[in-house]
Design a protein around this ligand. Sequence first.
Ligand code: GAR
Length: 182
Amino acid sequence: MASGSGSNFEALVHACRDGRLLAEVALLVVNNPGCSAQQRAKRLAVPCQVLNHRSMASREALDQALVTTFQSAGVDFLVMAGWMRVVTPTLINAFPDRLINIHPSLLPSFRGLDAVGQALAAGVTLAGCTAHLVCEEVDAGRILVQAAVPVLATDDHASLSARIQRQEHRILPLAVALACQG
Ligand code: GAR
């Protein structure tokens, strides 16, 4: 599941294809038509479906559409790889302990939007990323893997985000493997 650039989606596809992760990325769902993630899926020959939240009556309606889509595709594990929508029990309860999220902070610090901006504003010297199970509370489920990233004096939002993302691409496949092993 992706909303924007899709670099974490692509990292997962490569991890599966080069044997680091014994899984297959069966389907990408995006909520923003034309987003870069959709183009990556085309280039990588991964099936992609658009579920536009703007045409759904509620968060639950979007999540029910996700459940139906993933169940009919035979998907048994979900990754929110830059999915910028709050999810509801409709989705969470359909895939218990099989729904994970990647977030660009060392949780429980800097939940919610623009975690990198929050970290820079707080003046922390260590930022990072967290892969975690998804529960109803936003950015709060059980932590699976974290990576710490030093904040350099020369960093701006773009440079710190780029270094954090490199670590996201490393820990996300590991988190999928750990979660699948229970
Ligand atoms: C990632 O950095 C991810 O941590 C963040 O969105 C980015 C998506 O990048 N997710 C959140 O902030 C969720 N709260 P990508 O589309 O290139 O994978």
